[in-house]
Write a protein that binds this ligand. Structure first.
Ligand SMILES: [Zn+2]
Length: 134
């Protein structure tokens, strides 16, 4: 069995991730859900991108504000924490020299993960405050 490779950069190890994005408008809303096989670096980049868009586009409806957007953000943050258990992707000849350098120090990456997690938590706290206190 050949190991799974990343759909974006062809490196491995890679695993399947569900990327979620929510768009909430007054009367309409849209849940976008994409399944992709990604390495750690690409998964983090794509999860950050989807979460950032959700943080901007997701709040503009009642059900979106209270239920769907916090849920979408929480699931993306959960997926982001799963990338912490993956090994650095190895270079492949298909994509040599392009993308993130897997040999560099990883500490910076862990710090950058804290930002979307912190934003997500703050949003959840804010929302639960609004719901409980009217
Ligand atoms: Zn990749």
């Amino acid at each position: 069995m050949t190991p799974a490779t990343c759909q974006h950069c062809s490196r491995s190890p890679a695993r399947e991730f569900t990327l979620r994005r929510h768009v909430g408008l007054l009367l309409v809303m849209q849940n976008v859900r994409v399944e992709q096989t990604l390495c750690r670096e690409c998964a983090r980049r794509e999860l950050r991108r989807h979460t950032a868009r959700t943080l901007i586009e997701g709040w503009w409806g009642v059900l979106s504000l209270v239920i769907f957007n916090p849920l979408t953000i929480a699931l993306n943050v959960w997926n982001m924490t799963r990338t912490g258990f993956m090994k650095s992707p190895q270079l492949s000849t298909a994509f040599f020299g392009v993308g993130d350098d897997p040999t560099r120090d990883d500490r910076g990456d862990h710090m950058s993960m804290l930002i979307p997690i912190a934003i997500g938590l703050l949003c959840l706290i804010g929302i639960t405050g609004v719901v409980w206190h009217g």
